[in-house]
Design a protein. Structure first.
Length: 164
């Protein structure tokens, strides 16, 4: 049986990863798994800082990896709305598909800081529960860790330049 394809995303906070993940999951008839949704339902009101995010995201990853591998092994496509914004995050995602030899695609959304900040401000209005964490200060903190993917990481990468 053929394995499903794992699709995941790289892009700065506010670049449009979640929107693209939703669209991609519909286009590819894939299971959509959102880190934000899992974290907010399992650890409600516990994530208020970047340190909190790292702690609780780390707790989620072992079970999420097993789940995704099981879905992919069944032949079903998976779209993960989990950030692939650092080398370590991409290394973890690579372990998810490579351990079971499943195909993958990393979609990298190139977006300017100005557009990202505009989209974050819009998101605060549309999703008031995110107003405390979706701030310019948080964007600056998170962006310090952002590393664009490179060819030597060995990932099947599609680049979408959203600045044009």
């Amino acid at each position: 049986m053929n394995k499903g394809v794992l699709t995941f995303f790289c892009g700065k906070m506010g670049a449009g990863k979640t929107t693209m993940a939703r669209e991609t999951s519909q286009e590819r008839n894939a299971v959509l798994l959102s880190e934000d949704e899992w974290l907010s339902s399992i650890y409600p009101n516990n994530i208020n800082t970047l340190e909190d995010y790292f702690e609780y995201s780390g707790r989620l990853k072992p079970q999420m990896k097993k789940l995704v591998q099981s879905i992919l092994a069944s032949g079903t496509n998976v779209v993960m709305d989990f950030p692939a914004n650092t080398i370590a995050q991409r290394k973890w995602l690579k372990s998810v598909f490579s351990e079971i030899q499943a195909p993958h695609e990393l979609i990298y959304i190139e977006q300017s800081n100005a557009i990202c900040l505009e989209q974050i401000a819009k998101r605060r209005t549309e999703q008031p529960h995110r107003a405390a964490t979706d701030t310019e200060k948080m964007f600056e903190q998170v962006t310090k860790y952002f590393v664009a993917p490179t060819l030597d990481e060995g990932l099947n990468t599609t680049v979408i330049s959203a600045n044009t």
